[in-house]
Write a protein that binds this ligand. Structure first.
Ligand SMILES: Nc1ncnc2c1ncn2[C@@H]1O[C@H](COP(=O)(O)OP(=O)(O)OP(=O)(O)O)[C@@H](O)[C@H]1O
Length: 399
């Protein structure tokens, strides 16, 4: 359990965060640039001192101004991985890793907590064995981040803080590092607080989310719930509008190279996935990739046609004119300018899905809450990057 109640003034910016959450798996700290994510992580790590408040991890108090407690960073037993690895340039990879090990206080160098992050295991999990003799200058960006992760883990932290660990990497390098982060989550059982402003990354990795806005934690909870909440859409972002769905790989159509994914709302066909039948996946379907029809269309190339009911109709997500949430659901939110699109929340047998359609379609189809419709989703709408494995479950290696 992570208990946070802190206040901190930084110039004109005021951070005032009160949130308690279960620290298991990966907890995403999400928010726009400048919402206070890094400052909050620095307060947790002990790199920044709150003006007042209290921070506790699993009942262990790290900071409490009322009781005069302020543990220095090295006694907090938290690991920290930054955007850029910050490895020691003059040390080999092996010595960088051993540096992490030496940071463990003597009294803690025993027991299951310490042993589960043994050097061989961490090196194996992160695939960095071939790099041990190299220096950081001879590593790619992705390799540096894997070593930085290893160094943080070898210090046997109670909690790992990761602040935009992939932000400095290009897409192929991101894809290279992501499976290692997933492996840590699933194999080591060390909770991770993961800062990112990339919803794609969060959807892939996290199961819970703390949503930050203007120095406050405005919501926290299960990722599926927060991403389907209409009131939070202005904060979860315009391009990120979409739904997260947990599915089971149910079959493979070898003739056409399609995988069948089953969930409570039906079956989805997607281009063949490197996942064994029976494995669980979480995928994301963006609102802009979903169309609606009142009856199941006949002559159409779209393979995924799923019955649904309109649950809610909201403004296209994004920022209002002053950077805040939009108000109302009418067609005139920004001083006379009609927004051409709306987001329709659908209910597929209890599973939420979003469709972004034009306001004109909304009227022509006379859509309203309760109306039965069909959701049309192209097979290619489900991009590989959006596919994550649900936290805590093992994933069979790609074939
Ligand atoms: N030492 C400081 N003095 C004054 N203002 C600061 C200081 N540190 C941070 N801020 C301000 O606090 C706000 C929050 O910054 P912070 O880095 O925590 O945001 P963030 O959500 O991590 O942003 P990003 O995603 O861009 O990294 C920003 O407006 C920043 O300019």
């Amino acid at each position: 359990m992570l208990e946070i109640a802190v206040e901190k003034r930084l110039g004109d910016f005021r951070l005032d965060v009160k949130v308690d959450f279960e620290a298991t798996g990966i907890v995403a700290l999400f928010g726009r640039s400048g919402s206070g994510k890094t400052s909050l992580v620095n307060l947790l790590a002990g790199l920044l001192r709150p003006d007042r408040g209290r921070i506790a991890v699993d009942g262990r108090v790290l900071f409490d101004d009322a009781r005069g407690i302020d543990l220095p960073p090295e006694r907090r037993r938290l690991g920290y991985v930054f955007q850029e690895g910050r490895l020691f340039p003059h040390l080999t990879v092996r010595d960088n890793l051993l540096y992490g090990r030496r940071r463990v206080p003597r009294a803690e160098r025993a027991g299951p907590h310490f042993e589960r992050v043994g050097i061989e295991r961490v090196v194996g999990l992160l695939g960095i064995e071939p790099l041990l003799a190299r220096r950081p200058s001879d590593l790619s960006g992705g390799e540096k981040q894997r070593v930085a992760l290893g160094r943080a883990l070898l210090a046997a932290p109670r909690l790992l803080l990761m602040d935009e660990p992939l932000a400095a990497l290009d897409q192929p390098r991101k894809e290279e590092v992501l499976p290692f982060i997933e492996a840590l989550r699933d194999e080591l059982g060390i909770p991770i607080v993961y800062v990112s402003h990339s919803m794609e990354e969060i959807l892939r990795l996290a199961d819970t989310m703390v949503l930050m806005s203007e120095g406050r934690a405005v919501a926290h909870g299960a990722l599926e719930d927060l991403t389907s909440r209409l009131d939070l859409r202005p904060l979860t972002g315009r391009y990120e509008a979409g739904a997260v769905i947990s599915v089971t790989v149910a079959g493979l159509d070898l003739t056409y190279g399609l995988s069948e994914l089953r969930f409570a709302g039906g079956t989805l066909l997607v281009p063949r996935l490197a996942a064994a039948i029976g494995s669980q996946l979480r995928l994301r379907i963006r609102a802009r990739d979903v169309s609606l029809a009142l009856s199941p269309p006949g002559d159409i190339s779209i393979q995924n046609v799923l019955p649904a009911v309109v649950a809610d109709i909201g403004e296209e997500s994004g920022l209002g004119p002053h950077g805040g949430p939009q108000s109302g659901s009418g067609g005139d939110p920004a001083g006379g300018e009609v927004r051409p699109q709306v987001d329709v929340r659908l209910d597929l047998n209890g599973v939420p899905l979003w469709a972004r359609i034009t306001r004109r379609s909304l009227q022509e189809l006379a859509l309203a809450p309760g109306k039965p419709v069909y959701a049309l989703i192209k097979t290619s709408a489900i991009d590989r990057f959006s596919l994550g494995r649900p936290p805590g479950r093992r994933f069979l290696p790609p074939d």
